[in-house]
Design a protein around this ligand. Structure first.
Ligand code: ATP
Ligand code: MG
Length: 432
């Protein structure tokens, strides 16, 4: 006998009982991106380790301790992607899509970070990702934020708050960096170990620390706005203007710096009060230097990533209106002849009504047992095939949810009758 093999820590299955929320999220995502003319871009899950080191930056949590990296049998250094932006930027360059480069894309899929697992924080998780290349902004900054706002609204998650900040240009950040080093040096011995190590190399990271005592010290740090260059200031004000005109509420958050190195100017996060410590459901920003840093033609870029697990947790918690895709019809057959005929009749029904969701009873059983399964399946109608009905060229249709009414229907009219009973144009919408 074999021993049970457990799943890896921080890695989760998504069982059928939770899939409706995931499909609702993914369906809505596709619709909203289509409404803004964003195109789907599917990129690999494995990339060269160098890609993430060069883009995300040393002295970040991801690169220092969270990447799943390995050397394969051919001596290639490979990393499971911890985020999507670097891979998409790499793919834009590899596919020569940046000359001339104006492209708005999205992708969705698993990401991997070796973090300490807790509610809302996993080692394999999923992100929805939006990116726009070749736009200086600030109109595209506003569009991407409006897009994320619309997606959250469409999901029924209107209560999430938008935090916004500007990091300025790399030059103005250098000035700010110096001021931060001066400020934090006074508290050097009180900082956590990571922050002490980052103090001189990358003090902005300290503002993003999750360590409570470091956070208290960071709260007194000089605000970034004082070091902002005039162009970045104008960019930020124009973005705020767009958001105000669109009726989007936002909170300018001077401490918001974001965890990755490649950000410039606009950074933002959507934050909820309903998920405890893992409160950021979507985060993004502008990365004007990234493409050039990866060897591509200098191209401005901006994007965001939404954590799908956190959104699903919110949907489940807030009881969002999720459309489940339960079967509509359960096919019951009893008797030798009927069981054989059921296969053919069910397939014919699927030919006729491609969007109808039909579940066949397999493995026999008496009528009572089959009706029990039909009930449990969530189907609205049982299509009952018995030898007697079949001899008359008919089947019985029984309403399992409402009245419990039963009627007999000629076999050749089953598709039409089911359509009428389910009151939908299944050929076109596929939804009930
Ligand atoms: P955090 O500060 O929570 O660690 P982050 O800044 O590392 O987040 P990003 O890299 O900006 O996160 O990723 C965007 C979004 O992806 C996050 O806001 C979150 O919703 C989700 N996310 C990030 N890491 C995880 C994880 N380990 N498990 C689940 N969701 C995650
Ligand atoms: Mg993180």
């Amino acid at each position: 006998m074999g021993t049970i093999i457990e799943p890896l820590r921080g890695v989760h299955d998504i069982p059928p009982s939770r899939i409706a929320a995931w499909q609702f999220l993914e369906r809505t995502t596709r619709e909203v991106f289509a409404a803004y003319g964003y195109e789907e871009f599917r990129v690999p899950i494995i990339e060269q380790t160098q890609l993430f080191k060069r883009s995300i930056g040393d002295f970040t949590d991801i690169v220092e301790k969270e990447m799943f990296s390995f050397v394969d049998q051919g001596e290639d250094h490979i990393t499971l992607r911890p985020e999507a932006t670097a891979g998409i930027a790499r793919a834009m360059i590899s596919n020569g899509l940046l000359r001339p480069g104006r492209l708005r894309v999205w992708c969705m899929g698993p990401m991997f970070r070796r973090e300490r697992p807790q509610a809302g924080r996993y080692r394999q998780f999923h992100q929805i990702d939006a990116e726009a290349f070749g736009f200086e902004g600030p109109d595209v900054d506003a569009e991407l934020i409006l897009l994320s706002a619309r997606l959250l609204r469409r999901l029924g998650l209107g209560g999430v708050r938008l935090h916004l900040n500007s990091l300025g240009t790399p030059e103005s950040r250098t000035v700010y960096r110096q001021r931060l080093i001066e400020y934090f040096s006074a508290y050097e011995t009180e900082l956590d170990e990571d922050s002490r190590r980052r103090l001189r190399a990358n003090p902005l990271r300290i503002l993003d620390s999750k360590h409570p005592q470091t956070q208290r010290i960071a709260a007194g740090a000089p605000p970034l706005a004082e070091s902002l260059d005039p162009e970045s200031k104008a960019h930020f004000e124009a973005l705020c203007g767009h958001l105000g005109a669109a009726g989007i509420e936002y909170h300018v958050d001077q401490r918001l710096v974001r965890g990755l190195d490649y950000y410039t100017r606009t950074v933002f996060e959507w934050i909820t009060d309903s998920l405890g410590a893992q409160s950021t459901v979507c985060a993004g920003g502008r990365y004007d230097g990234l493409v050039a840093q990866l060897g591509g033609p200098p191209t401005p870029g901006i994007g965001w990533a939404m954590g799908q697990e956190r959104i699903v947790l919110l949907l489940e918690k807030l009881g969002a209106p999720i459309v489940a895709e339960a079967p509509q019809v359960y096919v019951i057959a009893s008797g030798d002849r009927a069981e054989r005929a059921a296969f053919e009749i069910t397939e014919r029904l699927r030919d006729e009504r491609p969007a109808l969701r039909v579940l066949a009873n397999l493995g026999g059983g008496n009528f009572k047992a089959q009706f029990k399964r039909a009930d449990k399946s969530g189907a609205r109608i049982a299509l009952v095939l018995g030898d007697d009905e079949l001899a008359r060229g008919a089947a019985a249709l029984k309403d399992l949810r409402g009245s419990g009414a039963q009627e007999e229907c000629p076999l050749e009219r089953l598709g039409e009758r089911l359509g009428a009973l389910l009151q939908l144009d299944m050929a076109t919408t596929g939804k009930a």
